[in-house]
Write a protein that binds this ligand. Structure first.
Ligand SMILES: *Cc1c(COP(=O)(O)O)cnc(C)c1O
Length: 224
């Protein structure tokens, strides 16, 4: 079932869009089944869980951290993480920079934007993001590279609302790129779209879809 779902999604990905297989709360065996189909990019939302999986699974897996990252846990993932999707404050970005410097890496990061209607979701508002970039301290951080934006649409059945939120994220991506990253080829990722809405996200310009339950089935939150 995992193999079938992975293949189906891989086959429908347009050029320039990559799949992050969100394996949180699923065991190594599930990841190995996806790995056997050629999937190499996996997304996790808990530091301890991702680190344990990194230590026991093949070394050519790219680990993407997609959850809310606490500053005191940054040091555990910085040695190996490929992309941190959820940078939601300057303070967190600066901590990633500090820890990355210690291990001699430059860590790729995405700024998380909050555009959904739920109050609980993390992220910069568009104005907070603009203010952080305009303020400019991030330019001195030499061990992080801001590679784009990440966002989530509201958890709703209203497809027009979801499409509108993805279009807003896309327009923010283009605005931020033109304003602060005009010469930077590395600012190229727009991470949006999950199991229920990734088709709409791709239509709006996503380059990284984060799909979990459609591949691995429902998560059992009582485990891990
Ligand atoms: C869990 C999670 C996903 C995957 O959600 P599904 O609905 O299972 O595809 C994507 N993005 C983030 C940030 C998540 O936390």
């Amino acid at each position: 079932m995992i193999a079938q779902a992975i293949k189906q999604i891989q086959d429908e990905l347009p050029h320039g869009v990559r799949l992050v297989a969100v394996s949180k709360y699923h065991p190594n065996e599930a990841i190995e089944a996806a790995y056997a189909c050629g999937q190499r990019v996996f997304g996790e939302s808990k530091v301890q869980e991702m680190t344990a999986k990194h230590e026991t699974l093949p070394k050519d897996i790219e680990w993407h951290f997609i959850g809310h990252l606490q500053t005191n846990k940054v040091k555990y993932i910085v040695p190996y993480v490929t992309l941190i999707h959820g940078i939601d404050s300057y303070r967190l970005l600066a901590e990633v920079d500090k820890q990355a410097a210690k291990v001699g890496r430059v860590v790729d990061c995405l700024l998380q934007l909050h555009v959904a209607c739920e109050k609980t979701k993390f992220g910069f508002t568009p104005d907070e993001c603009r203010a952080m970039l305009e303020e400019g301290r991030w330019k001195a951080l030499s061990h992080v590279r801001i590679c784009g934006l990440m966002g989530m649409a509201s958890n709703t059945d209203d497809i027009e609302q979801i499409k509108g939120e993805f279009r807003l994220l896309s327009s923010l991506f283009h605005e931020v790129k033109a304003t602060w990253f005009a010469g930077a080829d590395s600012f190229e990722e727009l991470s949006m779209g999950m199991s229920e809405d990734y088709h709409e996200a791709i239509a709006a310009g996503s380059t990284l879809i984060r799909v979990g339950s459609k591949i691995f089935g429902e998560r059992d939150y009582t485990k891990a």
